[in-house]
Design a protein around this ligand. Structure first.
Ligand code: UDP
Ligand code: MG
Length: 317
């Protein structure tokens, strides 16, 4: 099978028939063998009935129905698990992404050798409160992930080599960072294609509001932390802890020694506990010890993690 189209959806009943008809048109015009996997993420409307109707008419249609709304990432995860095509294409269900991009995305993966090609909505038809945070978000994500050539991390329209989707774990709200997940899994050829974007035709956006902004940043921090220190927590906490402890120790020795010096030279002196520096160095030593212990505990935990020996093996002969 050439292509699996994976479509997560939540209350998108109006768009589905038009979307599928469009995909079908593009696929048969290009002679692709394909499947379309709809993941109904706990919709409260008639989306699932419509998927069943489409399924009755075409056996290219597959459907997964969640009992409740879990979010876009879990929906993608389950779609990825099922995908059989050599190239897997994800797109939103709301007709904002155009199926006409599929042939070119397919060509970039199969002929130009990309592992992942992300769409770039260069001209975007969304309101400003949505596009502005996205700009900031993308700038940060570029820096943290080191994937410098991507303008639009969170574009719903993306194409993957099949091996990529089988080897990344999209959970929580990590769909925003799939290129970063792919990079961490060792898929380095990540490209971009300018794609057409349209205003939402039916329904309304499921990702409004500012909390997506904060959650997005927290997720980015966890990802960065996991990929940098996840397997070696001691390298972070241990180093920081030892440094703090050492600084505190040196400082407390200086405080004590200067008192002894003053005593022996008949100068006025005071109790070490009267010096503010004593408390600073004490605090630094305590925090240092705690960081060190945190690193050690982290190390013990990661040693027991079920995935500690799961490595990305590309080939075996
Ligand atoms: N979506 C989903 N589960 C959710 C929220 C959204 O499957 O909990 C789907 C939604 O139906 C759409 C895609 O994710 O197909 C992108 O959502 P939306 O178009 O609302 O996001 P926007 O384009 O406004 O960023
Ligand atoms: Mg949309």
């Amino acid at each position: 099978m050439d292509i699996s189209v994976v479509i997560p959806l939540y209350n998108e009943e109006e768009s589905l028939p038009e979307l599928f008809a469009w995909i079908e048109r593009v696929m048969s015009a290009n002679g692709f063998s394909y499947e379309v996997i709809f993941i109904n993420d706990g919709s409260a409307d008639r989306s699932w009935q419509i998927i069943e109707q489409l399924q009755a008419k075409s056996n290219a249609v597959r459907g997964i129905k969640f009992r409740r709304n879990y979010g876009k990432s879990p929906a993608l995860y389950c779609g990825f698990e099922q995908a059989q095509g050599d190239v897997v294409i994800t797109m939103d269900a709301d007709l904002q992404d155009s199926p006409d991009e599929i042939p070119e995305l397919y060509r970039m993966i199969t002929e130009e050798g990309y592992d992942l090609v992300s769409g770039w909505k260069q001209k975007r038809y969304d309101p400003l409160p949505k596009t502005l945070p996205t700009k900031l978000f993308n700038a940060t994500a570029r820096r943290v992930s080191g994937i410098k050539n991507l303008h639009d991390f969170n574009c719903g329209l993306k194409a993957y080599r099949n091996a990529v989707v089988k080897n990344i774990e999209v959970y929580g709200e990590m769909h925003r960072y799939i290129p970063y997940l792919a990079k961490n899994a060792g898929f380095k050829r990540i490209g971009e294609k300018v794609v057409h974007h349209q205003a939402r035709k039916f329904g309304k956006t499921k990702f409004g509001g500012w909390n997506r902004f904060f959650n997005g940043y927290l997720d980015l921090i966890s990802l960065w932390f996991l990929s940098t220190f996840g397997i070696k927590p001691m390298h972070f906490f241990g180093l920081l802890g030892s440094l703090m402890f050492f600084v505190g120790l040196v400082a407390v020795i200086i405080v004590g020694a200067s008192k002894l010096y003053d005593m022996n030279h008949g100068m006025p002196y005071r109790l070490v506990t009267d010096s503010p520096y004593f408390y600073l160095s004490l605090t630094s030593m305590i925090i240092g010890t705690q960081l060190f212990v945190a690193g050690f505990l982290g190390e013990l935990i990661s040693r027991n993690a079920p995935e500690r020996n799961k490595y990305q093996i590309e080939k075996m002969i």
